[in-house]
Design a protein around this ligand. Structure first.
Ligand code: E4P
Length: 214
């Protein structure tokens, strides 16, 4: 399973790169707006820094606007994946961009049926938002499981990119279900690396070593 970092923050990307854990980055308008400043310069910086796919999202709501924006976004770097919202016009845009050889990530996916439509339109990735589903009392991972079954049943090559990740359990379940990619906030990367027994064990090894060597 590939790990993407869900951020538009350069310091977080640099820190995760240092850990050698990052296969790509996903951004969205909210994440870029948090960074402030010139979003285009920020997006280009991210594309330069990351050895792997970088999702940049369109904000148009008609297929024509989305395709025009996508044509601009792909100039930011050879690793750009264009994020398209899962609306009917988004499906039209996805089909058109796929025909032009532009990679797409269909985002804001909340059901397996939406994922099926995105895959039929030729999406490179579909992004089910598990955390937001859990937050309204539904089961995000259940949707991921259904998408996996459907894609395997019919041999769709669209990658399942689990998004809106809130905790380490989402990562564990995604790996167990066979998701292709998970995009995680930096805080969740830190959760994955840490375990209280590791800290406790290390402290006791170091204390014993000190006793031995003075
Ligand atoms: C990633 O591609 C999504 O934009 C992101 O995971 C959304 O997550 P959120 O629910 O934390 O906004």
């Amino acid at each position: 399973m590939e790990f993407y970092l869900d951020t538009a923050n350069i310091d977080e990307i640099a820190a995760a790169r240092k850990l050698g854990l990052i296969d790509g980055v996903t951004t969205n308008p909210t994440l870029l707006s948090r960074e402030g400043g010139d979003w285009q310069a920020q997006a280009k910086k991210i594309c330069d820094l990351v050895d792997g796919p970088v999702s940049l999202e369109v904000v148009g709501t008609t297929a024509k606007e989305m395709v025009a924006e996508a044509e601009e976004l792909v100039n930011f770097g050879s690793n750009v994946v264009v994020k398209i919202p899962m609306i009917e016009e988004g499906l039209v845009a996805t089909k058109e961009l796929t025909a032009r050889g532009i990679k797409t990530n269909v985002t804001l996916v909340f059901s397996a049926m939406q994922a099926l439509l995105a895959a039929k339109a030729g999406a490179t990735y579909v992004s089910p938002f598990v955390g937001r589903l859990d937050a309204i009392g539904q089961n995000g991972m259940e949707v991921v499981s259904q998408i996996r079954t459907i894609f395997d049943n019919y041999g769709f090559r669209t990658n399942i990119l689990v998004a809106s990740v809130r905790h380490a359990g989402h990562v564990l379940d995604s790996a167990a279900l066979g998701a292709d990619v998970i995009t995680v906030p930096y805080s969740v990367i830190k959760q994955l690396a840490a375990h209280p027994l590791t800290d406790k064990g290390l402290a006791s090894f170091l204390a014993d070593w000190k006793k031995l060597t003075g």
